[in-house]
Write a protein of this length. Structure first.
Length: 245
């Protein structure tokens, strides 16, 4: 039985010298893996298709129970070649894809396919707004996976927030000064307002934003550290991205 679906290639790995294991995100099956037999040496079956970030229509054939399906055919819909030509774009796209691998187990995450596709397309178009795109992607991923930080009221007591607030990683969001603890980080009202606005904005409208450098810096650092707190592990592509900057 052949199953056909769109998919975005998150990462690839050579196995058994000539085969390629692909990790993908599909709008039909969520995160999935497939083996392209002979894909490492094939010149006709998988021309330019077995590359990270490629948008494909894949034809999957069942394997033995418990094993990855075989990739019989891959129709290239969009190679996103521009993401592989720019070091910054490649690093950021790799970060997006690694986050998908971390946050979603096999068979889950199909609802995030449009978000990843849109983010890759916007990143290929321009890297001018990449800090905003990174922050928006992180917030959207946290929201889709149920970890969006609490930004509307105090995460500890539920009180309405005054102008002075702090961000607590352990409480999962902003807290009032009464509930703030020693390790919580002070956040300006402007940075909080910016984060709230960003959670309601589509990625297509990011180019309309003009946050101050300080508000963007504080929002970036806060959400990045919160995301690392949630996953509780190093993210290799993020380390590489930060080394480039």
């Amino acid at each position: 039985m052949i199953l056909v679906t769109e998919a975005l290639v998150l990462s690839t790995q050579t196995v058994a010298e000539k085969d390629v294991l692909l990790l993908m995100l599909s709008p039909r099956f969520g995160r999935l893996s497939a083996v392209a037999k002979g894909g490492k040496k094939s010149k006709r079956r998988f021309v330019n298709a077995l590359e990270p970030f490629s948008h494909l229509r894949v034809h999957l054939r069942g394997n033995k129970i418990g094993l990855c399906p075989f990739l019989d055919q891959a129709d290239l819909l969009n190679p996103f070649e521009g993401l592989r030509l720019s070091p910054l774009k490649f690093a950021l796209a790799s970060y997006f894809c690694e986050l998908i691998e971390i946050f979603f187990r096999p068979g889950t995450g199909k609802e995030f396919f449009p978000d990843l596709l849109e983010s890759l397309a916007l990143l290929e178009e321009t890297e001018k707004y990449w800090p905003l795109l990174k922050l928006h992607f992180e917030l959207t991923l946290l929201a889709r996976s149920g970890f969006l930080p609490h930004l509307s009221s105090c995460a500890r007591c539920g009180r309405e927030l005054s102008k002075a607030v702090s961000f607590s990683y352990t409480a999962g969001g902003v807290v009032c000064l009464i509930c703030a603890e020693e390790n919580d980080i002070r956040m300006s009202p402007e940075s909080l307002a910016f984060l709230r606005h960003l959670t309601r904005l589509s990625a297509q409208n990011l180019n309309r934003l003009r946050p101050s450098a300080e508000n963007l810096r504080q929002a970036q650092q806060t959400i990045e550290k919160f995301l690392l707190f949630v996953v509780d592990r190093e993210i290799n592509s993020l380390r590489i991205l930060k080394e480039m900057l």
